[in-house]
Design a protein around this ligand. Sequence first.
Ligand code: LLP
Length: 424
Amino acid sequence: MTQFSYRQGALHAETVPLATIAASVGTPFYCYSTAALTSAWQAFANAFAGQDATICFALKANSNLAVVRTLAGLGAGADVVSEGELRRALAAGVPAGRIVFSGVGKTRTEMKAALGAGIFQLNVESLPELEALSEVARSLGVVADIALRVNPDVDAGTHHKISTGKKENKFGIDFDHAREFYARAAALPGIRAVGLAVHIGSQLTSLEPFRHAFKKTVRLVEALRADGHVVQRLDLGGGLGIVYRDETPPDPAGYAAIVREATHGLGLHLVLEPGRALVGNAGVLVSSVLYVKSGLHRRFVILDAAMNDLMRPSLYDAWHAIEPVTQPGADQRHEPFDVVGPVCETGDTFATQRQLVLPRAGDLMAIRSAGAYGAVMASGYNTRPLIPEVLVDGGRFAVIRHRPSFEEILALDHMPDWLAGGAG
Ligand code: LLP
């Protein structure tokens, strides 16, 4: 997190004061650091350097074109889950041969787009989806390379809303059905089964669930091979956690060691789909304090950012560090505040009873670790414009998504003929 640090009492992104960006683009805004993206990428890529692996950045974590291009420039492939993300990956310059398409419900239109682009593989999660894909591939005169996503029934030990590898979750197919599935795939003209895929959840802070899931999946690879099937690729998904507060997630090297331990000697081409680990700590959300309100029982810091801008606290009770952009003096007293946004919901709360130095209206606050699942999950609730994204690189910065004007927002709605005449 060193790319966001205080210099002479002012929080900087690399060498740019966040206050300078705020003065230029207004608040709230997301700010990403190129150096942080680069060092997260390098840690991950170096960890897998000795293994035959394609690292596909999971665009769902942050799909801004400039962010994706930064990672693509370093060698990243892409894991996409929609036609929109596929288009983003291609537009950012990710080669089609390094794109995988995941997701439990791909439409035929999305399949067509993926096959038309010639991507590396589609991860298929059900028999009906497999059959639909075969039909689409045949209609295009191509053969789809697919990995079968299996559900290993392993508890990822993470928040229940981002846990995906238990048998009651909607993802993947049961291990017991993998043989049947592979046999069906072999019989379908538009399909070539190339391997398995597994992803058990996000923000994992222990290696054990990974170890367990990978070993189980590798046993399945061996069983399928014994049946005479070709299994040449293994997609191990994403999920590596980051530090938000005091977690001690495994580092990429430890994670890569588990992968090597589970897969060595099998001659498998690996696919990894990290999202959060590459971008989570490469971004902050900068917001202004609108008011400090003292109630009888609580004191509230009301920000100009809200739950619609960063949903993680309200959706997952996620903890994000909140720091004043101007560093308080060492002698200043910390007191508990609830940090909230202006949206008319009690869930619009970023932090409860957080120890802060009494802020003043107009102060800038940085919400940390907002690079993953921040801007991408934002909505226009309360007709609040989506907030801009800014990319810093050394001493320069650029707006990489602008704040839409109210004209642009209102122009998305259309009046039916019968209302076009006016309200009266
Ligand atoms: N691959 C697949 C198939 C996935 O479903 C996901 C995340 C990833 C890769 C990337 O996982 P990561 O490395 O980022 O953990 N909105 C939630 C997280 C949802 C994750 C969904 N799937 C949050 O803000 O915590």
